[in-house]
Design a protein around this ligand. Sequence first.
Ligand code: HEC
Ligand code: HEC
Ligand code: HEC
Ligand code: HEC
Ligand code: HEC
Ligand code: HEC
Ligand code: HEC
Ligand code: HEC
Ligand code: HEC
Ligand code: HEC
Length: 324
Amino acid sequence: MDKPSPWDRVAILAVTLLFVPVGFLQAQGKQATAKDSKLPAVAADATGGGQAAGSADYVGAEVCKTCHEEMYNGWEKSPHWKTTLDTKGGPSHQGCEGCHGPGAAHVAGGGDVTKIFTFKDATSKAITDHCMTCHAGGNQHMNALNSLHTKNNVSCISCHSPHHAETKEFLLAKPQPQLCYGCHLTQQAQFEMPFHHRVNEGLINCTDCHNVHGTELPKQVRMAPMLDAICLKCHVDKQGPFVYEHAPVKVNGCGSCHSVHGGPNPHMLKVSNVNLLCLQCHTTSTFSNAPGAPSFHNQASVFQACTICHSAIHGSNFDATFFK
Ligand code: HEC
Ligand code: HEC
Ligand code: HEC
Ligand code: HEC
Ligand code: HEC
Ligand code: HEC
Ligand code: HEC
Ligand code: HEC
Ligand code: HEC
Ligand code: HEC
């Protein structure tokens, strides 16, 4: 880490203690004048709540740099540098202190770690709350507080690392899918099956189908009018509408016949032989609104391979029995 040596610290601290408070007073002075002249009396910089920090409690990123230069240099190249431009939010939404909270007491205490918000010992909720002060808006995050991840104490920094990210995009702690496999071992096994969506090969990502920040749909599947709409984003030919719809495609969904992640069967079908799949519904012996397969469909013969003849299995514009 960028730990200064003890002597450096003393020297830096001495300098900081000399100049920083003067800086505060000047800043305070300026603000007070501006306020006096233009505005009616409003609690200065109160962000709400009893112990809201005033601007004097913030020192700015340049001061943090004096002791944490490496952190600063990394941050300066990260997307969070942009907070510097947020003059509307003010010091509580800028720089290091946008995440770590007001730093004056920490600095005055020569780096007193009890006087600054450190993420490492914080509860998952406190962490998420800190990030959400800026990331609550937008489509992508509007369900973040109710997501299964949040509810199960998986905080923002279980996946993101503002300082030590391993990816160029999105500040991820690890690239996908390794990031997810760290916790989702069952799914890892599914994607290692012989027939699978090529997630491990990098062709598609978990997050093409899931919004890990939460959705209103079950299983955090990406927001879409129907659960299957996410599949249709890539498999447009299955969408229809068809003159002759195969009811389960629209009613029960793709997942009624396919293992969506992967499985041991060709075409990621849920069962090993296609006839077993079809005959789950197309049988006269159980309650089913599907017509039974005709009696000439001898299962010891070619009639086992249903989709040889009923090839347009997702729906057809030409044939009620899906021959083409
Ligand atoms: C986007 C929020 C965010 C910003 C901005 C931010 N930090 Fe951090 N900081 C964190 C988180 C989260 C951790 C916990 C470790 C991690 O996940 O990377 C952390 C950890 C640290 C640590 C502990 C050492 C370590 O390597 O983890 C120090 C020191 C630190 N930050 C200083 C700074 C300084 C200095 C700045 C400004 C230059 C800054 N931080 C800006 C979120 C932030
Ligand atoms: C006078 C030097 C100094 C200044 C200025 C300073 N720090 Fe620190 N900071 C330290 C020291 C020393 C530590 C303890 C380091 C350690 O134990 O590894 C520390 C620790 C921290 C930690 C906790 C690291 C951990 O153990 O998880 C954070 C977060 C942090 N500083 C953020 C900041 C921020 C943000 C600023 C600017 C507002 C800032 N610091 C300014 C000296 C300073
Ligand atoms: C003070 C406001 C603020 C806080 C607090 C904050 N962020 Fe950000 N974050 C931003 C801004 C601004 C951007 C840049 C957005 C842009 O580029 O349009 C950003 C971007 C990001 C990005 C996208 C990076 C990319 O490559 O597109 C991630 C991921 C992120 N923040 C995670 C976090 C996490 C995790 C936390 C809590 C530890 C956090 N942020 C806290 C303001 C904040
Ligand atoms: C389970 C892992 C995980 C958790 C938990 C998580 N993220 Fe993300 N986040 C990702 C991944 C993966 C991406 C990139 C793919 C995507 O956008 O879906 C991402 C993208 C982002 C982005 C950039 C894209 C955008 O939507 O603007 C931001 C900002 C962000 N996350 C912030 C957060 C915040 C804030 C939290 C906590 C409330 C959080 N994330 C929790 C994994 C996670
Ligand atoms: C092709 C789209 C797609 C991809 C890619 C995908 N998922 Fe899924 N995932 C789904 C759908 C759809 C469901 C809901 C399945 C159901 O309800 O039967 C689901 C369910 C889940 C579940 C809930 C448990 C379960 O099996 O029902 C977890 C956890 C999960 N996915 C994690 C992941 C992870 C981790 C990755 C990446 C390694 C990933 N998914 C990639 C579509 C996808
Ligand atoms: C730090 C551990 C952790 C990481 C990393 C993680 N998850 Fe999760 N995830 C969980 C926990 C815990 C749950 C909630 C319990 C459960 O249902 O498994 C969950 C739930 C889910 C669900 C909903 C499951 C359901 O049954 O409804 C999906 C989908 C999911 N995660 C996808 C992902 C994806 C995609 C990634 C990678 C971008 C990821 N997760 C990274 C821990 C994690
Ligand atoms: C009634 C069961 C069933 C449902 C529901 C179903 N499929 Fe299929 N699907 C099959 C069968 C059977 C095959 C194999 C066809 C063959 O043997 O030629 C298949 C093959 C596929 C294939 C690979 C071959 C091709 O035609 O491109 C894709 C892709 C596919 N399905 C996507 C989907 C999507 C997306 C959905 C939801 C919109 C869906 N399936 C719903 C039974 C189904
Ligand atoms: C981001 C794009 C994308 C999404 C979303 C997607 N798929 Fe796929 N899918 C593909 C690609 C690309 C292939 C074929 C290439 C490969 O992976 O080998 C494929 C292959 C398949 C196959 C196997 C085809 C065969 O002939 O073996 C089935 C079945 C399938 N997808 C069903 C689904 C279902 C069900 C969903 C929704 C849960 C879905 N897909 C969502 C891109 C996608
Ligand atoms: C989840 C239940 C389900 C599965 C699995 C299923 N079907 Fe169907 N199938 C139906 C329903 C329901 C209908 C529509 C009945 C209606 O419209 O009256 C239907 C209609 C049909 C029809 C048209 C019947 C007609 O005369 O209109 C054919 C042919 C057919 N399915 C073949 C298959 C084949 C081949 C498979 C296996 C690849 C299969 N089905 C899998 C439920 C299912
Ligand atoms: C060799 C070609 C062939 C194979 C293989 C085949 N079928 Fe058929 N199927 C037919 C013919 C021909 C009809 C009658 C079409 C008609 O009456 O217009 C039919 C009709 C049907 C019907 C409609 C029954 C009705 O009452 O409307 C269903 C359901 C059906 N098949 C299901 C299946 C299932 C399930 C399988 C696999 C176990 C299968 N078929 C395999 C040729 C085949």
